[in-house]
Structure formats: structure tokens, C-alpha cells
Design a protein around this ligand. Sequence first.
Ligand code: GDP
Ligand code: MN
Length: 380
Amino acid sequence: MKIHEYQAKQLLAKYGVPIPPGEVAETPEDAARVAARLSGRVVVKAQVHVGGRGKAGGIKLANDPVEAQKVANQILGMQIKGLTVEKVLVEQAQEIRAEYYLGITLDREAQRNVLMVSAMGGIDIEEVAAAHPEKITRIPIDPSWGLTEFQIRQALFDSGIERSAIREAEKFLHALYDAYVQLDGSLAEINPLALVGDGKLIAADAKINIDDNALFRHPEFDLYKEESEEDPIEAEAHRRGLQYVRLGGDIGIIGNGAGLVMGTLDEVKRAGGSPANFLDIGGGAKADLVRNALEVVLTDPNVKGVFFNVFGGITRGDEVARGIIEGTKGMDLRVPLVIRLSGTNADEGMALLREHPKLQTAPTMQEAARKIVQLAGGTR
Ligand code: GDP
Ligand code: MN
């Protein structure tokens, strides 16, 4: 689960991380009021669950409350990477002399959490990793020892951070690690860690992702959940009780059972297509469930075809076919639909489906995958 910058900063502050004074605002007038309270120059920052807000125009400086109101008005409602800005963080502006990067995340290959430190902060760490991998110091953390003093010092010295700042940076790393572990983070980042005018360090930006599998241990994060839905189609699917994950391609996928759906994604890939989503409708295929699933899949404007893959087990193939026929009745399908049925009473089900010309069928998963990829415009 992603949380907003202001929420991550509030959490880190509890662990002793210095953050700039500031408050969130939902209207330009509110932003002006916060700026007035802070006095002096402020920075107005879009609160959305993506990085690179600065480049996208979502972070602007303002010299006084009137200007803060003006820039907040520009930023609120703005679209950043498909997300609408509904809140801004208004903070005391910092005089930044240098920008560093501190991060902790799970390295699946090393099977450890890994500490990352870089003197090249302020830009996306992915960019640094691609262009100057040697500029990132990476240190794997032994879970039984935690992050040790010597590792922290080694990372900071190796990273090229200004010597005078190292003592203070140590405190940030301790706090970041404690927060990461205790909050069940999957990522905790301070970027930039700003070296400011008086030689002090401050967290100018912060990001924390929480491991979804640990959310049950953190009822205190319930208030973040509502806002954490990034994708509007995923949000709608979850409201309808569907197991849906958006994948970005153009072939809609619906199946019963997570394993079958994952296998279907592979087959579509193998046939040269690109799956738009994962959607597991679970057991049964009653008309309203079929309709619900199709509606959600078709909400994605990229979808050029849908592959419906069902294995008839307890739910018999003919029942599934009836569910699909009834569920699609009168529905504007707008794209081709290919159905593959197997298992109990599959032949009866296929016979029923063949009476409906807008519902196309294929005898095997492979053939169905090839067919839908072709109908949706071929391989790419
Ligand atoms: P991001 O682009 O989403 O990662 O947002 P950041 O909070 O990291 O801001 C991007 C950049 O804005 C920083 O790297 C700074 O270079 C610049 N910036 C300039 N003045 C300030 C300031 O007072 N506060 C903050 N947070 N950033 C500033
Ligand atoms: Mn940043």
C-alpha cells in the first residue's frame, strides 16, 4: 500500500526524523492560510501516489500566501501520471545546498532488506541506478543483526555524502530502518535528504510503502487505505468484490481460479499478446457475476478483446455457458470475446455457446489465446 508524502513524513517524524514544518490543504484558500501560519517562502507539493511530481509541475515555490493560493490553485485538480491531485502539502521552503538519497527496500534476490545511500539525491533513484549504478552504495541487512553502526558508517562514507553531514545522517538511517521494520514497510525512502543552509539535514521528501500482507497488524493504517487506491478501475473492481489487477496491455482476461488466470496470462503472452488485466471470478459463473466481470474489464479503454477462460469443475460447463449467454444479453461488448470451456459438461456448454455468433469459442487454451490476439489486432 502506498501512502502520501505527508503521511510518510508524519510517521518518520515520530521516529525522530526532522521534517519541514507544514500542513496539508485541500483548497487554495486553505493553502494560503497554511502559508500565512508558516510565514516566509513555502513549497506547495501535490500529494499523489507517484514519484517525479517535481518534473510534472506538481511542486512549486511561493513567496507569500497570495502566491501560495495561486500555485495551489494550479496544482489542485492537476493530473499527474493519470492521478488527480486532491491535496497539497504546504511546507516551509528549504534552502537546499545538496540533495542525497537514503532508502531501504527488500531485495528479493538477496533475500534481505537492502540499504541504499547515494550522494546523487533529488532525482529518481531508478535513473541513478540506470546511468550511474556505482553512485549508489548498497548494503544488505542481516535480519538477525539489523542495521549495524559500522554498516551505516560504511554506507555513508562510501556514498560521497559531505563529511560534515555524516554524523547527522547516521541518525536518519537508524530512524528510517526502525520505521521500515516496525511499520512493515516494503520501501522507505528519503529523497532528497536535503543539506540545508545551516549545515543541518532535513527530510525534504519521504516515501513509505507498506507490505499489504502485514496490514492486518496495523489497524492504524485503515485511514490510509481509502486514499491508497491508485487505479480507478482497480478501485471499482474491489468495490464490486472482484479480484482484479490491471496489467496495462490490451487483452482482457477473465477466468475462474487464480492459477488458471495466471496460466491464461502466460498463454496470451506466448501468443504474442499483452494482457490488460488479471481477473479471477472464483467458483461459479452466474449471469450477474459474468456481467460484472465483463463490465469492469471493458472499462479499461485499452482493451481490444476479451479472453474468457473457464474450467468447469463443480460448476458445470453448461451452467457456465448459460451464465455467459445471459450475462452478455443486451450488453454492448464493443470488442471480440473468445471463450474456452473445459472440464465437466464442456461439450454441452460449447454447443450452447455456438448458437450465439457474437460469442466466439476455441477448443483449447492455446487456440483461444491465438484467436483473441489475432482478433484484437495481431501480435506486436
Ligand atoms: P518528487 O519530484 O515527487 O520526488 O518530489 P520532491 O519532494 O523530491 O521534490 C523535487 C525537487 O524539488 C527536490 O529534489 C528539490 O530539488 C526541489 N525543491 C526546491 N526547493 C524545495 C523545498 O523547499 N522543499 C522541497 N521538498 N523540495 C524543493
Ligand atoms: Mn523526491
